[in-house]
Every structure is written in C-alpha cells, then in structure tokens.
Design a protein around this ligand. Sequence first.
Ligand code: ADP
Length: 337
Amino acid sequence: IYAGEALRHLTLDLTSIGEGTDIRASVTDEHGQSLFGGTVEPTAAQVRRSLSAADLPWQLNVTPSSTDASAVFPAERRNYLIAALAAIVLLVGLACYAMARGVLREAAAGQLQSDFVSAVSHEFRSPLTTLRQLTELLAEGRIHEESRRRRYFSVLQQETSRLHQLVEDLLDFGRMDAGRRHQYKFEPLDFSELVQEGIEEYQRQAGANGHNIEIHSDHSRLLVDADREALRRVVRNLLENAVKYSPEAKTVWVETGCERHAAILRVRDEGIGIPPEEKSRIFEKFVRGEAAKKACIPGTGIGLAMVKEIVKVHHGELDLSSEVGHGSTFSVRLPLS
Ligand code: ADP
C-alpha cells in the first residue's frame, strides 16, 4: 500500500521509542479496529501516523515491542537518571541536616543568652532590694539604736561593693569577649605572693564570710610573667566558686607550688562537684551547671570563661578534676619565667 516516496512522507521519527529497541507496527481502521498487527495498547512511547496520503482512512501505529516501560530507556540513560536522583536526594538530605543543626544551635545560643540576662538581673535585684529597704529605714529615722544603725551602714557598704564588683566583672568580661582587653601588663611577679593577694582580695569582698580557707604554700619564690590584676581575678573567681558551690562543707583549700618547671595553683573544695558531661562546657561563656541552677546558687556563667581566657593569654594550662557529691579541684599551671 505504501512504498518509496509515500513512506518517506510519513517522517517516522522513532527516537522517542528508543534506538535499538524492537518495534511493533499495527494498522487500525477509522473505528480503531485492528487491520494488521493485532490490537496494540496505547503507550506514551507511541508514534502514530495517518495514512491519508494514500487516501486511506487508516492509522499506522508504531510502538516498542516490549510492554515494559523501562525497556524504553537505554540502560546507561537509566543509570544516569538513578544517579542524578540519588544525588538530589542526598543534597536535599544534607541541606535539611545543616538547616536543622543551625536552627538548634541558634536556639541553644538564644537560650543561653536569655538565661544570662535573667541571671544578671537576679544578681542585681537582691543587693538593690537590700539597699532600698535599708536606706528607707535610715532616711525615715526609724532606727534609733546607734549599734543597729552602724550595722545597717556596714550592710549598705557591703552591698554597694558587691554591686560595684558585679559591674566591674561584667565590664571586664565584655571587654575580654570583644577582644579589647589587650592591656595586659606582663611583669615578673612572685606567684605565691600573687595568690596571697588574690585570696585577700576575695576575703575583703562581700559574701566571703563563713568559709575557712586553708592555704598550703611551699614558700619558694616562683617567678612568673604575669598581669597582676588578671591573675588576682583568676584566684578570686576560683575561690568564689569553691565557696559558692560548697554549701555544706565549710573549708576550701588553696595550694601553690612548683611542678615540672611550672608554677601550680590548686583550689580544692568538697562541694557539689561537677558531672563528667559538664566538665568542658562550664568553661564556655554563659554556661551554668544544672546542679547550680537547680540549687538556686546565684551566678552568671562568665567566671570560668574569664579564667580560661586569662590562663590562655599567660600560656598556661587549666585543669579540672571533680566527682559529683565529693568536690572539685581546679588547677592552674603557669610557665616559670
Ligand atoms: P557561675 O559560677 O557564675 O555560674 P562560672 O563560669 O564561674 O559561672 O561557673 C560555671 C559553672 O561551673 C557553674 O554554674 C557551676 O555549675 C560550675 N562550677 C564552677 N566551679 C564549681 C565548683 N567549685 N564546684 C562545682 N561546680 C562548679
């Protein structure tokens, strides 16, 4: 029926079926009845041409001989598609993981900051309340006994210096955190003397009463290159923590000495201790231990971050050994000059 030029007019492009695929041809009449090649199920990969050029109302249908759709695609093309799909799934998975991590991190950082703000507010509130109440009493002239008046004035003095200390700590931390505390003044200093000064400074500040500080020093002269103010802060912070986190035990121990060409400071307490999973985290800024929060022990979570930074600037090492319920020992090791 169809030959030569007429067949070329059909322009049968079989690429959609797939090169090298066996094909099946059928001819149907105008009612869709099969005239040749049997009934063929219509598929997506089908080429249809009207045979009207030969004045026939019939249709020529060409389909892949296999009914399996996958046979339509050559093997390498299929593999390529599978690999591309796997890569897309992997990429989407990775992107989801990175996003979830980022969101969780941001949430944790936000939580730490809001904890810090509420801890600082709390630290300010109690001395301010005391100040307000006592000044009211004194201003209204309701305290007549001289001895009580003097006692109240001394409380006022203590609370004011506590507030002052808190503000100084926060400012110092802010400078350190912003990397602006570069004014360390290094000079050769006697380590034991420095520690002694730090202890005295701590004892002068408010809230230092009630604990016995036992000092062990081998009295040898240990010269270190250090910033006096910064190292006093290290001693003060470690002592403050040892006392604060030992509500039951009333003694804390401070030891200085020389080990392997380094000056050593150890501050030991028999307090609540620190669980292993918190040991490295508590040196990060704003991080407070769960036990400290549960026991409502006041604090802002910046003390150890400052200690860590100062020890690092002095090329020293900071170490912690602790057991929950038995106490903690913080050790600072500084190279001898
Ligand atoms: P703060 O004491 O203001 O909370 P720090 O940075 O000084 O902040 O300490 C961080 C956390 O480390 C504390 O909240 C506490 O959980 C824990 N910690 C520090 N020192 C001790 C200690 N001597 N004994 C038990 N826990 C401690």
